[in-house]
Design a protein around this ligand. Sequence first.
Ligand SMILES: Nc1nc2c(ncn2[C@@H]2O[C@H](COP(=O)(O)OP(=O)(O)OP(=O)(O)O)[C@@H](O)[C@H]2O)c(=O)[nH]1
Ligand SMILES: [Mg+2]
Length: 708
Amino acid sequence: MALETKKIRNVVLLGHSGSGKTTFAETMLFEAGNINRRGIVEEGSTVSDFTNIEKERGNSIFSTLMHANWRGNKINIIDTPGLDDFVGEVISSLKVADTALMIINGKSGVEVGTELVWEYVDQFHAPAMFVVNQMDHEKADFETSLDQIKQRFGNKVMPVQYPLNAGTGFNTIVDALRLTMYVFPEGGGKPEKKDIPDSEIERAQEMHNALVEAAAENDEALMERFFDEGSLTEEELAQGLTIALANQEIFPVFCASSTENMGSGRIMGFLNDIAPSPADRPPAKLADGGTLDCDADADPNLFIYKTMSEPRIGIVSYFKLYSGSLSHGDELYNERTSTAERFNQIFISNGKSRETVDKLVAGDIGVTVKLKNSHTNDTLGHKGKVQQIDPIHFPSPRIRTAVVPPSKADLEKLVKALHTIQEEDPTLIVENSQELKQTILHGQGQLHLDLIKYRLLKTNGIEMEFTRPKISYRETITRMANDSYRHKKQSGGAGQFGEVHMRIEPYHEGMAPPSDLTVRNEDVTELPWGGKLVFLWCIVGGSIDSKYSNAIKKGVMQKMQEGPLTGSPCLDIRVCIYDGKMHPVDSNDMAFQLAGTMVFKNAFGKAAPQLLEPIHEVEILCSDDVMGDVMSDLQSRRAMIMGMAADGHYQKITAKVPLAEMYKYSSTLRSITQGKAKFTRAFSEYQAVTPDLQKQLIDEYQAELQEA
Ligand SMILES: Nc1nc2c(ncn2[C@@H]2O[C@H](COP(=O)(O)OP(=O)(O)OP(=O)(O)O)[C@@H](O)[C@H]2O)c(=O)[nH]1
Ligand SMILES: [Mg+2]
């Protein structure tokens, strides 16, 4: 018998690295009786963090699917990495979760990582709860953490609990919702329920009333009862809180110690009783703008949110069933790849251990193996009836590095292995740049790329060396110039002849046509590398037949592709062909193409050429105390500071920085701020390089040409 949708809870654990997510997941599984011994992250014995690489590092790197059975319900738990480099795992997990459990490190409060994941919680409109963890730590400070959570995430943040004796020896939690005090035995587990002492009753009652009011607020009938009776029954309260939580009207706050196993049972009880089931969430968004109800009786729509390759097994696919049901042996169709996929094995999983099940229903999350041709973001269903779920939108890359080309034999292996990783990890982009003649990896941070390198070595035996990636410069001109070129070859047989007179000018949007020339034809090309070429045919009196204009333009484009200064593409240039000569016998396309290339090159040299470099807009979020260090580092990178503003109790700095100065920025930022800063970047524009740098780059290119 498959579980009903109503009995499913999908919970994702989120938070800054080290807040205790993996340990908390372990405690949840233990409390539910799904494991009988609690593992320890440092010992590599936890259910989550089961891959070798995570065990070695002591951090989560991948999201891990687990589940706990709780009073006849099933709580799917997805643990995520807190390290910003692996934010792709957070986003894909949030996509399929129905409630976010934000784990706060009780000794440091709201951290940069908390802020960042909250952005995604907000984007997904996910119901969210906070757990202030590590209450047993000598430096634990619940009140400060709570203040920060309120300050940062607004007045919908409401404590359900508070600790009576946070710090070493912590064992007591006052629960304002149940108006009960929990006292835990040594080693944690099941607490003893006691009356709240007189000294605390006022605070607890006040918190309780605030919760009751919040519960009543979203339901007219409840509100009425609340006014008439002055209170709500336990059932009414639960009903009101469910609505409030599901609609992001309340963000309840709990406290816990995951190493001491205190508090997780109550939180699971709350998830069980109050948190929304997949059917209580708004219908899922579809790629075509429509929506899909979570209805177990409808046609199946199964969405793959993650794939991972495992040794000896191959591709393991993690999916959520958004509608319908899936039984052992069912065949579903992938329209994107026109592949029928048979589900011979359906699993539920707890980290690396998997258990087969016969059937899953809408809302549940499961695992399968050996799909033929289906990947992350694919939806599978009945042929002709697939309703494509809105895909996961992964963040754009923040850093890049080039790969030192390995030997020919290794290159093939490398490309294949990178392709496999890219399939599992959509935040990695592998680019074979024709322009730079380099293979470039784009990722979320240095750690992200370093771990890919490490994985290749450990699992594929491939050594991959990183090197500084080249920069995509651009070339342009800054003033007008005229020139002419005659291509003539008459050595026996048919000769070649073409003469072209050309004016070139810096192009800008809306510029006036040349006042001294008659424009016969205007041809505007949007260049694939950005910017434009405007090609004006201004021949009067037929000195060149207009049938040669294409050949001349082709010649110009050829040089624009590999510019005269450093071989970089040229942009934003207007070319006027205003005179020339042709020969009745020897002129042909080839001759005019060559003349076009040469006249462009020469005129370009006379037009005060300028090398341009890509500038990125960088946004940095950091805490106050490291702001000075971040700023002075930026200044050493030729950055132009665009703005600085307080963002909660963080500072947000925006700056324009040349891409050439961003190499290894993620690791520098991490080390100068001890991890208290995060950044994003995006291409902004091209800007002129300094004369010194221009000279240096031209010299380097000339030297390269000499060598070649
Ligand atoms: N004292 C104390 N230590 C804790 C508690 N929870 C976790 N820790 C410790 O904090 C460290 C980090 O815990 P993890 O569970 O790996 O943290 P995480 O949030 O999963 O970290 P990432 O996977 O890097 O995001 C470990 O050494 C834990 O033992 C707690 O409640 N009390
Ligand atoms: Mg972890």
